[in-house]
Each structure stands twice: as C-alpha cells, then as structure tokens.
Design a protein around this ligand. Structure first.
Ligand code: NI
Length: 158
C-alpha cells in the first residue's frame, strides 16, 4: 500500500469522465488499497480514483471512521429530499462551501469481488455518495457552491 498524490483543482484530469471497470485485476486491487490509505492519511471521508490520477469509476468512502465502502461503477438510482450544508474536497484543500444535495441517495455498484451491491444513505453519507459520483463525471463541488468558497478555519494552537 502507498499514499498517492492527490490531484488538485486546476489539474485538467479532474474534469474528465472516468471509465467503467470491466474486471478486477491485481493493479486495480492495489489502486483501491492505495485510495483507502490515501483517504485516511488525508482525513477525508471520500476519494475517487480520478483524484489520484486514474480515470476509473472507483470510489472509496468512510463517513464515520468505521464504515468503509468501496464502490466500483457506482450509479445513483434514487434520491429524495434536500439538504444544504458545508462541503469540502481533498482536491480543493483548505476550502469549503455551501452545497445543496439530496438528503437521501441510493446507489448500485460492484463490490471488490465485482458482485452487484447497493448502498443507501442519508445526510452526510448521501452527500458523500453524490459528491464522489460527481467526480467520476468530471465535476467538482465548487460548481455547485452557493455563495463563496471560504477558508476552512484552522485550529488555534494551544
Ligand atoms: Ni471531492
């Protein structure tokens, strides 16, 4: 496993559409392991493969610290409701902004064994599902921010 470099806004790869994964290979397994390690090392709650420079439709998420999901070829099949709240992205370091998302999302995907699976979530998990799936279509949350991007408050030193 290795921590990979996270691509940042301005890198044109982030606006590209990722390709479907057709088979699980050792290389793809290694990519997934590295994505998980990179997400945790960066204190992120989600990471898409494109953010480490690989145009494959793969997302890793963990919104609680003990709820890891690996989604391959995810497709959102149902949403409902609405929530407006702060959102950030490892590709837009130090910034956050208000984004309105569905309050519920259901996604179907392939798991690491290429078996069909589904996941549904509300609130932060729904927000994360939508944010990460957007990455696979080359979209960043900054396009959806209401008002201005603001600096993430830095913790004051003791
Ligand atoms: Ni992001």
């Amino acid at each position: 496993m290795a921590i990979r470099q996270v691509r940042e806004m301005g890198d044109e790869i982030l606006s590209k559409v990722s390709k479907e994964v057709t088979a699980m290979t050792p290389r793809t397994r290694e990519l997934i392991d590295d994505m998980i390690e990179t997400m945790y090392a960066s204190n992120g709650v989600g990471l898409a493969a494109v953010q480490v420079g690989v145009l494959k439709r793969i997302v890793v998420m963990d919104t609680t610290g003990e709820d890891l999901h690996v989604l391959i070829n995810p497709k959102i099949v149902e949403t409902s409701g609405e929530q407006t709240g702060s959102e950030g992205c490892l590709s837009v370091p130090g910034k956050m902004g208000q984004v309105t998302r569905p309050n519920y999302a259901k996604v179907v995907y392939l798991d690491e064994n290429m078996q069909l699976a589904e996941l549904e979530g509300t609130e932060l998990l729904a927000r994360c599902i939508c944010h990460e799936c957007d990455h696979l279509d080359g979209k960043l949350y900054v396009e959806k921010v209401e008002g201005d991007l603001v600096d993430v408050p830095t913790e004051e030193e003791d």
